[in-house]
Design a protein around this ligand. Structure first.
Ligand code: ADP
Ligand code: MG
Length: 261
């Protein structure tokens, strides 16, 4: 479904992603990891057709994303940016309903079917009780869930999220990760997200992609990717990696002086 071939991206003359070829597994959770400025957001934008390739291609169903009609693309793929811009004063229900937009013909008003799907999306993300509240009055975690509801109302099979947990406290981070995991398992949603927390990626991802300096460093299952040498090389951090009870890696950082036995 979603893959790139020798994809290079730039902002004007400034290269940001260099010759990346990868495949996003269908129906899986893929996490993009990498230091600040490594190209995670840029790559996600290109998946959503928001940044045309400088060279190479992004393919969705073997067709270059650049050749997709915008509305058709929005029926397949929803993108949640790091800081979504929401119309001032908009209520949760009305914002979630915006997700229905690509499904409507220009002559159609809000249909009952759209209202049902909007309600369903709010219920799946636990924001039904907040439907009448202005989005800006919600807590960070509630806002994140409302944005995910909007993306779900779009009824796509791919959901792209740029650092969905970054501005949340730890409890809300887990809540969002678990919600995405449930949506993936129960509805077969393909999830692609950038994350900062290596352990969250290790815990929830089927596949991890590591970027460094715009280049694909490595990709694979968490156990293959989250290793002490890789983390040292990419994040310049010493870590101890252990395997948790679920067989997934867990890493804890330490300074040279405090090296564990
Ligand atoms: P990440 O999401 O991994 O932190 P980004 O994809 O945002 O990295 O950035 C990759 C590179 O592209 C960085 O060097 C960054 O400065 C640059 N960049 C990102 N957005 C823009 C932009 N809108 N204009 C110019 N350069 C940008
Ligand atoms: Mg980013």
């Amino acid at each position: 479904m979603l893959r790139t071939e020798h994809l290079s991206l730039s902002y004007g003359d400034k290269p940001a992603v260099d010759n990346v070829s990868l495949v996003i597994p269908e129906g899986g959770i893929t996490c993009l990891l990498g230091p600040n400025g490594s190209g995670k957001s840029t790559l996600l934008k290109s998946f959503a057709g928001l940044l045309p390739p400088r060279s190479g291609q992004v393919f969705l169903d073997n067709l270059p994303v650049a050749s997709w009609n915008r509305r058709q693309l929005a029926l397949r793929l929803a993108m949640l940016p790091q800081k979504p811009i929401v119309p001032e004063g908009i209520k949760v229900r009305d914002m979630v309903a915006l997700g229905r937009f690509p499904h409507r013909k220009w002559w159609q008003r809000n249909l009952a079917a759209d209202d049902n799907i909007t309600a369903e999306a709010m219920s799946m993300t636990g924001v039904s009780d907040l439907a009448e509240r202005p989005v800006e009055s919600l807590s960070g975690g509630q806002q994140q869930r409302a944005w995910i509801a909007m993306a779900l109302a779009q009824e796509t099979d791919v959901l792209l999220l740029d650092e969905p947990t970054t501005f949340l406290d730890w409890g809300y981070q887990l809540e969002v990760m678990e919600l995405l995991s449930t949506l993936n398992r129960q509805h077969g949603l393909t999830v692609v997200m950038s994350l900062h927390d290596l352990n969250q990626a290790a815990q929830f991802a089927d596949r991890i992609i590591v970027l460094a300096d715009g280049q694909l460093k490595t990709t694979g299952a968490p156990k293959e990717v989250i290793t002490e040498p890789l983390i040292k090389q990419v994040f310049r951090v010493n870590t101890k990696v252990t395997l948790g009870p679920s067989g997934r890696p867990f890493c804890s950082g330490y300074s040279e002086a405090a090296k564990p036995a």
